[in-house]
Design a protein around this ligand. Structure first.
Ligand code: NAD
Ligand code: ZN
Length: 364
């Protein structure tokens, strides 16, 4: 079993390894376990056997659980079970579930202890670490929430065996991003055939990817500065998600967005890192995008990160592990977009996805 420490005012430990769910232990008498209805039942059973929770709350799958309506239902169930301030909430599932469960813990009785057991790769390397919790509004994603760090995180890597491969590769996008912005040793390891459920080296790679985020949020929990670097690739990604009405997933959009950010980085005088971002796209095999013009994404990008006369704010890389924030002029954005369209189309044409791939939601 590996551990990653998150520091700061509310320090906690992230455990990464095999068999964790059946060994959970918390010092609270009253516990509420929250999970999504589609989570493989064996994981719920393992946690129930280890912790004997006072109540188990089941919520809808994916982002369908991140609504004020579902939150209200969860809070009512906690109240109906007479849970006191000394109780704890345990979130078991993907990033959507841990966002909802964390926010329920942050708001019930003005805040009770929260524990997180992520069961997706994205949940482990990204959503469960850093204390951002919340739900969506009809007006947009993640518009209501709180910084509410967990007391402890258990990333049981055995749970990844049941993830659909495409969902695993969505999480790989965030791990690869951590490699680009901070730990280049991750780049090769994420693309290696050993980065797969059941591999003996998987826990170490996941722990190292978590360590990048843990370091950043330890120094900057509330995104006053360097936490913004975690948004590498996300400006175009959010635009692609919105433009396709979430027909492509967040992880796929981040894969596309990282390549665009690498092209911009080079255009703004940085090193050429596009071989890395193209290698990731070849690995990820994201669903192809519909035909897109610069104008299609420009409106979303300008809104996402507030454009001004000098351009749109992007996270760029001077080189591997050397991120910085810069305003990129519209002309540079437009020219790089042309290159990006050609290059991602060439990859999609070389790797047509299986026709049966269903649309997916989600996204940070
Ligand atoms: N708080 C943050 O800092 C942060 C960061 C990144 C993403 N997020 C949020 O995370 C969400 C996306 O998370 P995600 O990619 O984990 O998707 P998800 O939470 O939507 O999970 C995908 C689906 O897989 C199911 N599932 C979970 N674990 C499984 C397993 N081991 N085997 C089989 N099925 C399993 C889930 O129940 C769900 O239906 C978005 O809502 C996004 O906003 C939050
Ligand atoms: Zn993301």
């Amino acid at each position: 079993m590996l551990t990653v420490e998150v520091g700061g005012d509310s320090a906690y430990t992230v455990e990464v390894g095999s068999g964790l769910l059946s060994r959970l232990n918390v010092p609270h008498k009253q516990l509420a376990l929250i999970h999504a209805e589609d989570l493989p039942p064996e994981f719920v059973a393992q946690v129930q056997a280890a912790l004997s929770p006072t109540l188990t709350v089941t919520v809808p799958a994916r982002d369908d659980c991140k609504t004020l309506g579902v939150l209200a239902g969860v809070l009512s169930q906690l109240a109906a079970a007479n849970l006191s301030r000394e109780c704890a909430v345990i979130g078991l599932g993907g990033g959507a579930l841990t966002d909802l469960a964390g926010f329920a813990a942050a708001s019930y009785l003005r805040g009770v202890a929260y524990y997180s057991a992520p069961t997706t790769l994205l949940g482990m390397v990204d959503a469960a670490v850093g204390g951002k919790t919340g739900v969506n509004l009809p007006e947009g994603k993640n518009l209501v929430g709180a910084f509410w760090p967990p007391k402890h995180v258990w990333a049981d890597t055995d749970t990844l065996a049941t993830l659909p491969p495409a969902t695993f590769r969505e999480g790989a996008a965030e791990a690869y991003k951590h490699g680009l912005i901070s730990d280049p040793s991750l780049l090769e390891r994420v693309l290696s055939p050993d980065f797969a459920p059941g591999s003996p080296v998987l826990p170490q790679t996941i722990a190292d990817a978590i360590a990048v985020k843990a370091g950043i949020v330890t120094r900057d929990l509330t995104e006053q500065g360097e936490r913004a670097y975690l948004n590498f690739g996300h400006t175009l990604a959010h635009a692609l998600e919105a433009f396709t009405d979430h027909a492509i997933s967040h992880g796929e959009a981040v894969g596309y967005g990282m390549h665009y950010a690498a092209l911009l980085s080079q255009a703004m005088g940085g090193a050429d890192l596009t071989a890395h971002t193209l290698a990731f796209l070849r690995y990820q095999q994201p669903r192809p995008l519909p035909p897109l013009t610069f104008e299609d994404v420009w409106a979303y990008m300008a809104r996402d990160k507030k454009a001004d006369a000098e351009g749109v704010r992007f996270v760029l890389l001077r080189d591997l592990a050397r991120p910085y924030l810069a305003r990129v002029p519209e002309g540079v954005l437009r020219e790089a977009f042309g290159e990006w369209v050609e290059e991602v189309k060439a990859i999609a044409d070389a790797h047509p996805p299986p026709p049966s791939l269903p649309p997916q939601g989600g996204g940070a």
